[in-house]
Design a protein around this ligand. Structure first.
Ligand code: GLP
Length: 241
């Protein structure tokens, strides 16, 4: 595990974007695993800026996103499909046919999870997986207690996660109760894992996840065992370690 200390959110975003653009420069046809949430938005902004300056080219990159709400169509502004387009895909030269997310409208959970695992397998696995972390240690939507050996699966969100994500919706009742998420196994199979974390509110969970025991109760803790895991955090998030 490598820990990179950043001054603030902006510095964290630049450092993470640097690692991602290095990956794309080294392997232009790489597979990027991407994440939603507030934390990576600055990373995407920085990548867009470097793309506009001609420093990074996404034309051969394939993307696979971590998760999607079950039941939300792509066009819903709160879907992760919309989030990714609004915050990143619409502003860079990613080939739309190489963008992959779980399909929230496929209500056949078993069939959709199988399809998504095949997509990841068929693109050759993930070269670099970007992650945020939830306050309870969830990654993607792998909530506390999720088995480490799962591939893509359907989850029922905890109340804490619904509470945390309601800021993106008009009201709490609008937050979907279920989601499709890559499993911990899928994430652990990524060749590189990069987590971004910022703010005081995440300091406790960062300490618990990366300096406490590896346990399914703290899903992110398994990353301690990943052979190429980098954590980029700002001063506030890393203040307890
Ligand atoms: C959601 C996403 C996670 C993300 C988490 C934290 O639950 N599924 O991938 O890491 O939110 O989000 P934020 O970065 O806004 O704190």
């Amino acid at each position: 595990m490598k820990i990179i200390r950043a001054k603030d959110y902006h510095d964290m975003s630049r450092k993470a974007a640097n690692i991602i653009s290095a990956q794309v420069i080294m392997k232009p046809n790489c597979v990027l695993g991407l994440a939603t949430g507030g934390t990576p938005v600055g990373t995407y902004k920085q990548l867009i800026d470097w793309y506009n300056k001609g420093d990074v080219d996404f034309s051969e990159v394939t993307t696979v996103n971590l998760d999607e709400y079950r039941g939300l169509p792509r066009e819903n502004p709160q879907s992760y499909w919309s989030f990714m387009h609004d915050n990143f895909f619409n502003y860079v030269n990613i080939d739309p046919s190489r963008i992959n997310l779980p399909d929230g409208t496929n209500m056949d959970a078993e069939g959709e999870c199988k399809r998504y695992d095949e997509v990841i397998h068929n693109v050759g696995g993930i070269d670099l997986q970007l992650l945020g972390i939830g306050h309870d240690g969830h990654i993607g939507f792998n909530e506390p207690g999720a088995a480490f050996e799962l591939g893509t699966h359907c989850v029922t969100l905890t109340d804490e996660t619904i509470e945390a994500n309601k800021r993106f919706f008009d009201k709490k009742e609008d937050v979907p109760r279920q989601a499709y998420t890559m499993g911990i196994k899928t994430i652990m199979q990524a060749r590189k894992v990069l987590m971004v974390v910022n703010g005081k509110g995440k300091a406790e969970i960062v300490k618990k996840a990366f300096f406490g025991p590896v346990t399914p109760e703290v899903p992110a803790s398994i990353l301690q065992m990943h052979p190429d895991f980098t954590l980029v955090g700002d001063e506030e998030a890393l203040c307890l370690i």
